[in-house]
Design a protein. Structure first.
Length: 225
C-alpha cells in the first residue's frame, strides 16, 4: 500500500489530458491517475515540474489537493520547487502503472519534507456502504486511534505516515474523535463527517500538535470517488 518515494506533483491540469477514468487515448497511450495533496504544514506553496517542464500555473498550497489527474504510465522525473524559485526540495523518478490510481502526499515539516505515495483501491462499495481510510500526517503527534464518539474504535494504533486500507462503513453521519493510541485521551474531535453511499473517502490528520492558526492540529477529508 505504501511507497516512501520522492514526489509531490500537481500535473497536467492545464494540458487538457481528458477524463481521468480512461486508461488509454486514441493513440494507444497508457495512463495512470494521480491525486496530489500538500500536507506539509509549514511548507510554502510549490511549483511542480514533470520531466523538467513546469506544469502548474499557480502554487499548490497547504492543505490542498489536485483531484485525480492523468499522467503517462511510464517512468517520469518529478521535481518540486519552492514556488517562484529554482530551489528543488524533491527530485525523483517514479514509474506509474497503467490504469492504476495513486495518492501522493507531501508530508512532514518543511525542513524534512518528503513524499508519501499510496496506491488507491477505488473498487465500488457494497450497497449502502462507503469506503474510508485514515492517513496520519501530523509530524509530531503520537500514534492514534480513530473512534466513533462514545463508540468503537474504527482505526487503531496509527503512527505518522501510516495509512489504513479503504474500509467499508455504513453510509451516514459520524462524529469521530482521534485518541492517543490505546487510551481514552482525545487529541482531536471530527464532528459531523457525512459519508454517502457508494463514495470513497480519505480522512487525514494534518498540522502540528500544539500549534495554532493554519498549522494547528486538524483533519481534512478528500473524496476519492
Amino acid at each position: 500500500m505504501k511507497m516512501k518515494l520522492g514526489l509531490s506533483f500537481m500535473a497536467l491540469l492545464l494540458l487538457a489530458l481528458g477524463s481521468c477514468t480512461k486508461n488509454t487515448d486514441t493513440n494507444g497511450m497508457m495512463y495512470a491517475n494521480v491525486n496530489v495533496t500538500h500536507a506539509s504544514p509549514d511548507a510554502p506553496g510549490v511549483d511542480l515540474l514533470v520531466n523538467d517542464t513546469k506544469v502548474n500555473a499557480s502554487a499548490l498550497g497547504y492543505p490542498n489537493s489536485t483531484g485525480y489527474l492523468q499522467v503517462e504510465a511510464k517512468s517520469n522525473n518529478i521535481k518540486v520547487n519552492v514556488a517562484g524559485t529554482a530551489t528543488t526540495v524533491i527530485n525523483a523518478t517514479l514509474l506509474f502503472e497503467p490504469g492504476k490510481n495513486y495518492s501522493i502526499f507531501a508530508v512532514d515539516s518543511v525542513s524534512k519534507i518528503s513524499p508519501l505515495v499510496l496506491s488507491d483501491d477505488l473498487s465500488a462499495p457494497a450497497s449502502g456502504k462507503a469506503h474510508v481510510r485514515f492517513v496520519h500526517l501530523s509530524p509530531n503527534a503520537p500514534a492514534v486511534d480513530v473512534a466513533v464518539v462514545g463508540g468503537p474504535v474504527v482505526f487503531s494504533n496509527q503512527s505518522f505516515k501510516d495509512a489504513t486500507a479503504f474500509t467499508p462503513l455504513d453510509a451516514g453521519n459520524y462524529n469521530l474523535e482521534v485518541r492517543v493510541a490505546g487510551t481514552s485521551t482525545v487529541a482531536l474531535t471530527l464532528p459531523t463527517i457525512s459519508l454517502a453511499a457508494g463514495k470513497i473517502y480519505t480522512v487525514f490528520a494534518k498540522g502540528f500538535l500544539g500549534a495554532t492558526g493554519t498549522q494547528e492540529l486538524g483533519a481534512q477529508i478528500i473524496t476519492n470517488k
